[in-house]
Design a protein around this ligand. Structure first.
Ligand code: UGA
Ligand code: MN
Length: 323
């Protein structure tokens, strides 16, 4: 009898040990975070930090009383969303440009990408690309009328307006959430620091742009924290001598000026920025960023036209590859 008990005990022992170990491991597992942090941000702390807001639910019943004597956790102030409006059009380098842009944007917290194709319909290339980009995004399209597709005429007017219309429609019924709008052409180069700077835009903020206007850079001239003029080599008579990449506008300003759009009529190349900014602000009101406009954080780079001289007229390869 005794030996039977002993044998049973030794058969059961390893199972008991396994159960104990499993229970122990389970209780040590860290709790899943309330809000996952989907995007890496190198500027998680500090000025205008890019930390994602934690959405805390109401405390469960019974926990309120226990916490009364402790300081209540303050909800983190909501990080303004950066809306980047990017006009884009089909050409051999399009996917390469969008890839560079997405690689930058993916590192910026709370950014919503509004990609507007200059086309009669959404292309498969861009749709597939956005689906895999890992970014909160909106995919729009509007074709530029043929008569405006000529050298010397402003580009992407209809596409930027489509982005503005989407923003206004999305926010028409709700109190404006904190947000900042920025026009991000698909071929420029953006530092991550730029997004940190523009995030604190109250109305309209400005900063220098590199490699533009026939100079190494253009910049707003600042005295006592106010913009007093422009350093530029091209058409210094422009009311706002600034490139599209040199300013950001708060969502509030976009919503309270519902008629402010980019205009085709009477608009000359290089005047789109001035024509638009005139409708929503004054030079005196501008908020200088990037250390009083002394740092270049964005570059007006342009990709050279690719050489496809040896591309065969008819498809020769055994596979079809998207480039
Ligand atoms: C300069 C300014 O930096 C632009 O902001 C301005 O829109 C443009 O001039 C203009 O001529 O209106 P630039 O480098 O000469 O820029 O222009 P692109 O980079 O060729 O075009 C600006 C944006 O519009 C790009 O995102 C591009 O993809 C898009 N685009 C261009 C279209 O959607 N359709 C086009 O036919 C051409
Ligand atoms: Mn460009």
């Amino acid at each position: 009898m005794k030996s039977v008990l002993f044998t049973r005990f030794f058969i059961l022992l390893p199972w008991i040990l396994i159960v104990i170990i499993m229970l122990d491991v389970d209780t040590r597992r860290p709790a899943t975070p309330i809000t996952p942090r989907p995007y890496f941000s190198p500027y998680a702390v500090g000025r205008g930090g890019a930390r994602l807001p934690m959405r805390r639910g109401r405390p469960a019943h019974g926990t309120e009383k226990r916490n009364q004597s402790r300081p209540q956790p303050q909800p983190e102030p909501q990080l303004p969303t950066i809306y980047a409006i990017t006009p884009t059009y089909s050409r051999p380098v399009q996917k390469a440009e969008l890839t560079r842009l997405a690689n930058t944007f993916r590192q910026v917290a709370q950014l919503h990408w509004i990609l507007v194709e200059d086309a009669a319909a959404r292309s498969e290339l861009v749709s597939r690309f956005l689906a895999r980009a890992g970014l909160p995004s909106t995919h729009l399209h509007v074709p530029t009328p043929r008569r405006y597709k000529r050298p010397g005429l402003p580009r992407a007017t209809e596409q930027r307006n489509a982005g503005l219309a989407w923003l206004r429609q999305r926010h028409q019924h709700q109190r404006a959430q904190p947000g900042v709008l920025f026009f991000a052409d698909d071929d420029n180069t953006y530092s991550l620091e730029l997004f940190q700077e523009m995030r604190t835009t109250r109305k309209v903020s400005v900063w220098p742009v590199g490699l533009v206007g026939g100079r190494r850079y253009e910049r707003p001239l600042v005295e006592n924290g106010k913009v007093v003029g422009w350093y530029t080599g091209w058409r210094a008579d422009r009311p706002f001598a600034i490139d599209m990449a040199g300013f950001a506008v708060s969502l509030q300003v976009i919503l309270s000026n519902p008629k402010a759009v980019f205009k085709r009529r009477g608009s000359q190349p290089g005047m789109q920025e001035s024509d638009f900014l005139k409708q929503i602000t004054t030079v005196e009101e501008l908020e200088p960023k990037a250390n009083n406009c002394t740092k270049v954080l964005v570059w007006h780079t342009r990709t050279e036209k690719v050489n496809l001289a040896n591309e065969p007229k008819y498809h020769l390869d055994t596979v079809k590859i998207e480039v």
